[in-house]
Ligand binder design. Structure first.
Ligand code: EPU
Length: 423
């Protein structure tokens, strides 16, 4: 199992390019199941979650051709089975998103329930309710969702009980091939949903309102191929910008989209960073200063993203002053807290472990650490970079799920970081 060895204390300086968005790309691989022709997705990040999705498509009989620039050509018409096995779905929750496309295109799907997950129970009730509203017959059999429809799904009016990214994506994809009009209310508005809807429209779907809380889909009879380029990853981009601020450095992320990161950039400004937006990216310059504490509350887009909560917690742990960090999306997303405390942070948990009171300390000290979640793990890397001394981050396969070439990118910025294999 690989580990990252970090010698802390260097201010990150330099430029790097944002990778394609993981949470868009995995969805588009599922969406390609709706088409009768090959779909090409460009700017796909080279990540473990993408490999898992390619494996899942392969297990269905779908042919996926990958070129050296990570453009993926997906031939869904080679499909042989409509069953997505537990072994693949449990590795990555987003694999559950093949359910809607399989059902809409082929009238049947058997997909394993994703099961529990390190950051909370993450149920799929909204996915199932939405599909039932479109006329699907759903039965649960030994941990699998068995979904069927006679003929086509039927357009319907459906309101989500609460904002869900995956739920919105699932029903949006299914409704593209339904008969008649579907109106979805209380939808999530994340940039990845807009990217998915744009890709679906390029495949021949008729979707409007994506990016607002009401999406209208006029069902079409069939969908064709397209070539779509994935948007830059806003969470990856912001992770490097927060790392720059936490180490007192100056980093430019090329291709990062400021319009996707408004609240985050405002928080970095509040922390004392100079944020410069240019035609080709975003630069954060801390000018060698210690950050000021900034309180955050995570909430659905466009509010502060849960996927950047852990990284901001690290910044706050070495900031001047006291910050409150409140997590409202997931029940168990403070796994990094006890590890950062081991590095010398002063953090108190309240409100049934959903609120962290972070009193900034002058410095963190290197230590061996590990976490069981992608964003928690990368926050420990930022902590190691900002800390005095050596940090070893274990179980970094979580980071490889969502950060392309993390140590190469950080080395470009001057970090002293090395990947080693533990025995
Ligand atoms: N929820 C339900 N029932 C449902 C669906 C969701 O109770 O049917 C709950 C979840 O348990 C959670 C909340 O609603 O407490 C929000 O879940 P949501 O469906 O919005 O999240 P998701 O689709 O499972 C995506 C991203 C996550 C990101 C969240 C929130 C992908 C592949 N995953 O998850 O990304 O944190 O939205 O923005 O797009 C990550 O990249 O590290 C990551 C976890």
């Amino acid at each position: 199992m690989d580990k990252l060895l970090i010698k802390g204390g260097t201010q990150l300086r330099g430029e790097l390019r944002a990778s394609g968005a993981k949470n868009s790309a995995v969805l588009m691989l599922a969406a390609s199941l709706l088409a009768n022709e090959p779909v090409t997705i460009e700017n796909v990040p080279h990540l473990r979650d993408i490999t898992t999705m390619i494996e899942l498509l392969g297990s269905l009989g779908v042919e996926v051709i990958v070129d050296e620039k990570m453009s993926l050509e997906i031939h869904a018409n080679t499909i042989k089975t409509y069953t997505a096995d537990y072994d693949l779905v449990r590795k990555m929750r987003a694999s559950f998103l093949v359910l809607g496309p399989l059902l809409a295109h082929y009238g049947q799907a058997v997909v394993s329930l994703p099961g529990g997950c390190a950051i909370g129970p993450r149920p799929v009730d909204q996915h199932l309710k939405g599909l039932q509203a479109l006329g699907a017959k759903i039965e649960m059999e030994e941990g699998y969702v068995n979904a069927k429809v006679d003929g086509r799904l039927q357009g319907a009016h459906f309101m989500f009980d609460f904002c869900t990214v995956g739920g919105t994506e699932q029903i949006l994809m299914a409704a593209t091939l339904a008969e008649g009009q579907t109106v979805l209310e209380n939808c999530a508005r994340e940039p990845e949903i807009i990217d998915l809807a744009n890709c679906l429209n390029e495949m021949g779907a008729d979707i409007t309102g994506h990016g607002t809380d009401t999406i209208t889909i006029n069902g079409v009879e069939s969908m064709h191929g397209c070539t779509h380029r994935v948007i830059p990853d806003r969470v990856e981009s912001a992770t490097y910008l927060i790392a720059a601020a936490a180490t007192g450095g100056c980093v430019k992320v090329k291709e990062a989209r400021p319009e996707h990161l408004e609240v985050v950039l405002n928080k970095l400004r509040e922390a004392g960073a100079k944020v410069t937006i240019s035609d080709d990216g975003i630069e954060v310059d801390m000018e060698g200063r210690r950050p000021k504490a900034v309180s955050i509350v995570t909430a659905p887009y466009p509010s502060f993203p849960t996927d950047l909560q852990a990284q901001m917690m690290v910044l706050n742990s070495i900031a001047e002053g006291t910050a409150t960090v409140k997590e409202t999306i997931f029940e168990n997303r403070f796994m990094h807290v006890h590890e950062i405390i081991r590095m010398g942070a002063n953090i108190r948990l309240e409100g049934n472990n959903t609120i962290a009171i972070v009193e900034g300390v002058e410095e963190l000290k290197g230590a061996p650490v590990m976490a069981n979640d992608l964003r928690a793990s990368v926050s420990l890397v930022i902590a190691g970079l900002a800390a005095k001394g050596d940090t070893v981050v274990d179980r970094i396969y979580h980071i490889d799920r969502g950060y392309e070439q993390v140590e190469e990118k950080l080395r470009l910025l001057g970090a002293d970081i090395e990947r080693v294999q533990s025995r």
